[in-house]
Write a protein that binds this ligand. Structure first.
Ligand code: SF4
Ligand code: SF4
Length: 378
């Protein structure tokens, strides 16, 4: 059967679209992108800044409308731009969620940390937020040289006041990857309980960059092994077994939704980052549920048609720019590529740039389970 709704190039040639997956399940995760304003302009950030900010009444209407479909426990994430520049919205939304009896909201917030003051940390602690603080260690000076002192102050405040409540998330690019191992060593030495790093794959990684990455991963594994031997602690999330197995699938639009500052609703904010700037692009209608009012008046058929497009985003349907099928790759069950992040480089959802494959394979060889077992780390 022909799938008329399939966005161009999204399905691997010769692969039938999957019709049997449930389009929309109970909602377990909601993201509120409060504003597209940010006081940083990080070179690798794919989001475009603007002047849009959500109104509290939109958040309330969104939560009320979805209420019958919410699971017993729902992750509610505050995101931006910089979400702390919309602090009153966070306070009002938290107060509103406390009135809800049937659903327990677990709160998360992703911040660049520059506006994080003591009273805010105490509020976030009181409401048991899981914070993600974005800080690139020794590479922070390439991201925003003026930000280093403020973010390090915020980190020190978090460590003192809410040590169990945050993860430090660091991003490395081809330019900054030579600082990866030293940055992680410094952060581990500072005693932060949870760290994770990510690589910016929206820019090309050449041969020399990949060689530098391999060297850094070998160094990092040795630093990590030594840290664990000395302290008994395992702060680096990247090297923890996640216990997952099977083929990765994107759950955007299936058990999660996002409300964006331009009042549109998406299966995941990453798709808005990818497509949100061009409502006339053919893929926009495939992945956007419309503006808030439109979303709330969508007939089930229209709603399910968009959700079904997300349901086809499975790793075994993806392929690389050169046409190599993930379904035939020996690494399939160890690979999880965000289809929207891949499209930031290739322009087509779920088509993966070659360097992402090389990074994934190299990371697994340099620091995957086999290497960790050899070093007695698993
Ligand atoms: S895989 Fe990407 S698009 Fe899908 S839910 Fe995760 S972050 Fe969002
Ligand atoms: S390594 Fe590349 S081809 Fe293999 S599953 Fe991952 S993304 Fe697909």
């Amino acid at each position: 059967m022909k799938n008329n709704n399939a966005p161009r190039g999204r399905l691997a040639p010769g692969h039938p679209p999957c019709y049997n997956l449930p389009a929309m399940q109970e909602i377990r995760s909601l993201t509120l992108v409060l504003s597209d304003r940010c006081n940083f302009s990080c070179p690798y950030c794919p989001q475009r800044t603007g002047k849009n900010t959500l109104a509290f009444k939109d958040i309330r209407v969104f939560l009320d409308f979805l209420n019958p479909r919410l699971a017993g426990e729902v992750w509610l994430g505050f995101y931006g731009g910089e979400p702390l520049s919309s602090w009153p919205l966070i306070e009002k939304t938290v107060a509103y969620t406390k009135k809800e009896q049937r659903t327990r909201f677990r709160l998360t917030l992703t911040t660049n940390g520059s506006l994080l003051k003591k009273e805010l940390i105490l509020f976030l602690k009181r409401h048991r937020f899981a914070l993600v603080l974005s800080y690139d260690g020794l590479a922070q000076k390439y991201r925003d040289p003026g930000s280093v002192a403020a973010v390090e102050r915020a980190l020190a405040g978090l460590k003192e006041l809410y040590p169990e409540g945050y993860t430090v998330h660091s991003v490395f690019t081809p330019r900054t990857v030579p600082l990866l191992a030293a940055s992680m060593r410094r952060l581990m030495g500072q005693g932060h309980a949870r760290l994770q790093y990510a690589l910016d794959t929206s820019a090309p990684w050449g041969k020399a960059d990949l060689a530098a990455l391999e060297k850094q991963l070998c160094r990092l594994l040795a630093i990590f092994a030594e840290h664990r031997r000395r302290t008994g602690k395992v702060p680096l999330e990247n090297f923890k077994e996640n216990g997952r197995s099977g083929v990765f699938a994107c759950f955007g639009g299936r058990d999660r939704l996002a409300l964006l500052p331009d009042r549109t609703v998406w299966g995941c904010e990453m798709f808005h980052t990818l497509l949100g700037n061009d409502p006339h692009a053919p893929d926009y209608a495939q992945f956007c549920f419309g503006a808030l009012e439109e979303f709330m008046s969508l007939p089930a058929k229209g709603f399910n048609a968009v959700a079904a497009n997300y349901a086809e985003l499975r790793q075994d349907y993806f392929f690389t720019e050169k046409g190599n099928l993930c379904s035939l790759c020996a690494n399939l069950e160890n690979c999880s590529v965000c289809p929207a992040a891949a499209a930031l480089a290739t322009g087509i959802p779920a088509v993966i740039p070659e360097w992402t494959c090389r990074i994934n394979r190299l990371s697994r060889a340099a620091a995957g389970p086999t290497r960790r077992r050899e070093l007695n780390l698993s």
